[in-house]
Design a protein around this ligand. Structure first.
Ligand code: PGA
Length: 260
């Protein structure tokens, strides 16, 4: 796992956007795995800027989102469909038919989840998956205890996640308690993973995920099993890492390292 520590949230967002753009330059029809939440907003803004100012082209791109709340229609302002449209899709040129987001309103979740997994395989798999991390160490809505081999399925949200997300709803009771989410096993099949985290609220979960044991209690720790995972942090989110100096030493010396 590579750990990149950036001075600020804006620097972290730009570094992660460069990683996504590099995938697109190498493979214009790449399949991108998208994440929601407050963390990737800066990354999306930077990709939109690159699209507008540098001609970064999304016309052949396909996307799959990690998760969606059960019971919220795509028009609901807190749905992840709405979030993605407002914060990213409406600003770039991804063909709408290439956008996949789990349905929060299907009447057959099992069949939907199987179809979603099948579609990912049919388009050739995800090239780069963007991830955030919950304060309980989750990736997507894979709450503590989720199997590290899990696939796309219905999950009951953990209390800390509901508490964290309550800030987006008028009242805590409005936060859905079920979600449909890609599994940890689904996520690990992406060719490249990038996880972003900022702020001191994430410092503990980040340290557990990066330096703790691989455990289903911190599903982000599964990134340790992936051959191409990079964690982008701001200084606050990196604060509890024991090996922080080592990561910064590697970062500093990387430009001069022999090309592989
Ligand atoms: P956040 O959510 O980006 O809003 O902090 C991250 C997550 O729960 O995965």
């Amino acid at each position: 796992m590579e750990v990149i520590i950036c001075p600020t949230y804006a620097d972290m967002s730009r570094a992660a956007a460069r990683e996504v753009a590099n995938v697109l330059y190498a493979k214009p029809n790449a399949v991108l795995g998208m994440a929601t939440g407050s963390t990737p907003l800066g990354l999306y803004q930077e990709l939109v800027r690159m699209h507008r100012e540098e001609g970064l082209d999304f016309s052949q791109v396909t996307t799959f989102n990690l998760d969606e709340y059960v019971g919220l229609s795509p028009q609901h302002e807190q749905s992840y469909h709405f979030f993605m449209h407002e914060n990213f899709f409406k600003h770039v040129n991804i063909p709408p038919q290439n956008v996949y987001i789990p349905s929060g309103t299907t009447n057959n979740y099992k069949a939907f989840c199987e179809w979603y997994e099948r579609r990912i395989k049919e388009v050739g798999g995800i090239d780069i998956q963007i991830l955030g991390i919950g304060s309980d160490g989750h990736i997507a809505f894979n709450e503590p205890g989720s199997s590290l081999m899990s696939r796309t399925r219905l999950k009951t949200l953990a209390k800390p996640t509901i508490d964290d997300n309550a800030r987006f709803f008028a009242q805590r009771e409005d936060v859905p308690i079920y979600a449909i989410t890609m599994g940890v096993g689904t996520i690990l099949e992406a060719r490249e993973l990038i996880l972003l985290a900022n702020g001191k609220k994430k410092a503990h979960a980040v340290a557990e995920a990066v330096e703790g044991p691989v455990t289903s209690m911190i599903t982000a720790s599964a990134l340790q099993l992936h051959p191409a995972a990079t964690v982008f942090l701001d200084t606050e989110a990196a604060a509890e890492l024991k090996m922080r100096d080592y990561y910064q030493w590697i970062q500093k010396n990387k430009p001069g390292a022999p090309r592989t």
